[in-house]
Design a binder for this molecule. Sequence first.
Ligand SMILES: [Zn+2]
Length: 113
Amino acid sequence: MESSNQGRHYLSMPAPYVRPYVGPRPPEKHHPHLPQRPVWACKVCGDPWPCEPAKLLMLMEYRKHMIALAMYMGTHLHDAVADFMRLHPDTPPDSTELFDRFLAWTNPRQHRT
Ligand SMILES: [Zn+2]
């Protein structure tokens, strides 16, 4: 049997907001191509992350803050190295390949023609 104290506590709580069900979850609007850790594959297209759509989205988002983009991707590179070392402790990841994959494309000079 429920005590009266618990009943009062329950009644004093605000009613929870219940979002009406509107069908399948809509695609994420801002960052649909996110990494699936610890394998670092795109959650949407399955390509090695950052996939081409992810790079394009980030280049557009950070177009006036390329240093911030490099720092952001540097953080991901650090996390990816840790994940890959955990997944494959006997075969360290190729640092040149990871640098190209995570950081080289953030260099604005690379995008000038
Ligand atoms: Zn993708």
